[in-house]
Design a protein around this ligand. Structure first.
Ligand code: 9WN
Length: 419
């Protein structure tokens, strides 16, 4: 059974392989996405190590001069996706968006390095990639944490990778939608509109893009100028873990100065993460930096922080919180607490279960003495695959497949879990 699933997963990945990068799924997402690529590299690493490195190399080749790594790289023209390059107008030779996505690349590189048998080859590839990933991390702490709190903010919901999470509702209330150019969504022609963000949310997304574009995509200005400025525990957790992984890798490469810089960023971030602990919910929650308060939204972002090697007492509490969620749905981990009024079992990041987040949470819990819960999450993930195939995400009650089909990172996670 496992081998059959691995073979199928490999087929999905190969179907979305464009040679030097993968698309998340043909049709709905015809370009290279940042955190999709880093996670897909993990899948490749089990059957084609060279291709795994190439995936991350292609991503990092499109880093901006200031260190930012964009969230989409528009390698080939394709008008099947909105908003395309003509909306972003970032003026790059190969067009990209002007915002970023979760910093998974450092975490992925650590695994690629460990798994590459010929360490001379691994070191050679790493020597070129690691300074780029480190520069990205430094960019985060410079331009997305200008007051040096230890926690970075996102300025657009798309940066989080959890586009329409309930976490962003309050922040989006501060985004005016007047004056945007009329547009036609393309996502709803590929996927069921009931599974996608609402039109109102799309207007906010586009308003922010047009606003940042008007500021010339100058990252030195965007954080303070944005009406949407949210500190997400999951996003920060991934960055903290990647900084630690970069520190380890820099030690392997014999670069003590990079190692100590990266370690210092991780240590400061991990200490600051504590300020996002929400004792009422027993999980981390988002801090609305624009409004100046900790939110109470019970979303998966606060569980995803488990990836950051959090204190054992916190990991234990997160495992207990997930056990509670298990009583409220059929398949862990729902992206929003099913007993909260805003939960929607079908609508994207407002309830459905996603394999990539499951994997990242389980990976973190497994390192924090919560192996039993990690195994339970992975077992639920495989039950979903067996029931509903390689979907973009799943209804956490029925296990029904949602969004796009034949999804690259879902397939990559299956290989990662089963190998
Ligand atoms: C916007 C590609 C991406 C993922 C995100 C997911 C979704 C895009 C969209 O698809 O976002 O970036 O248009 O819906 O939310 O996590 O990287 O798979």
């Amino acid at each position: 059974m496992s081998q059959a699933l691995i073979d199928q997963a490999r087929g999905v990945m190969e179907g979305n392989d464009r040679g030097t990068y993968t698309v998340p799924t043909h049709g709905l997402y015809p370009f290279q996405w940042n955190w999709d690529s880093a996670l897909s590299a993990l899948g490749f690493s089990h059957f084609d190590m060279d291709r795994a490195w190439v995936e991350v190399e292609t991503l990092m080749a499109h880093q901006w001069d200031d260190g930012m790594v964009p969230h989409i790289i528009f390698h080939e023209p394709d008008d099947g996706y909105f908003p395309g390059p003509n909306v972003w107008q970032t003026r790059r030779d190969v067009p990209t968006t002007g915002i970023t996505q979760p910093a998974v690349a450092g975490f992925a590189l650590r695994k690629l390095y460990d798994r590459t048998e010929d360490k001379a080859v691994a070191r050679e590839r790493l020597a070129k990639l690691l300074p780029k990933v480190h520069a990205w991390h430094k960019w985060f702490y410079r331009d997305r944490d200008p007051k040096s709190t230890g926690l970075v903010a996102i300025i657009h919901p798309w940066e989080s990778g959890r586009d329409n999470s309930v976490d962003w509702d309050e922040g989006l209330d501060a985004v005016p939608i007047e004056g945007i150019a009329p547009f036609t969504r393309r996502d709803t022609t590929h996927a069921n509109p009931d599974h996608r963000p609402s039109d109102e949310q799309y207007k906010c997304y586009i308003w922010l893009v047009e606003y940042f574009r008007g500021l010339g995509w100058d990252n030195a200005k965007l954080h303070d100028a944005s009406p949407f400025c949210l500190v997400d525990p999951g996003f920060n957790g991934i960055l903290i873990r990647s900084c630690d992984d970069v520190a380890d890798l820099a030690e392997f490469l014999g670069d003590p100065s990079m190692a100590s810089e990266a370690r210092a960023m991780a240590t400061k971030g991990r200490a600051a993460l504590e300020s996002l602990w929400n004792p009422t919910l027993g999980q981390y929650t988002c801090y609305n930096r624009a409004a100046g308060h900790l939110q109470d939204t019970p979303s998966i972002g606060g569980l995803l922080a488990a990836i950051a090697d959090v204190p054992h007492a916190r990991a234990d509490a997160l495992a207990r919180r997930i056990a509670l969620l298990a009583e409220r749905c059929g398949y862990l981990v729902p992206s929003h607490d099913p007993i909260d009024g805003a939960f929607d079992s079908l609508r994207y990041w407002r309830g459905p279960t996603w394999l990539i987040v499951n994997y990242l949470i389980a990976e973190g819990l497994g390192r924090s003495e919560q192996g039993a819960m990690a195994q339970r999450i992975l077992a639920d993930s495989l039950r979903l695959i067996e029931k509903s195939g390689f979907a973009e995400y799943y209804d956490p009650n029925s296990g029904e497949p949602c969004g796009g089909g034949d999804f690259t990172w879902t397939a990559a996670m299956v290989i990662e879990i089963l190998k």
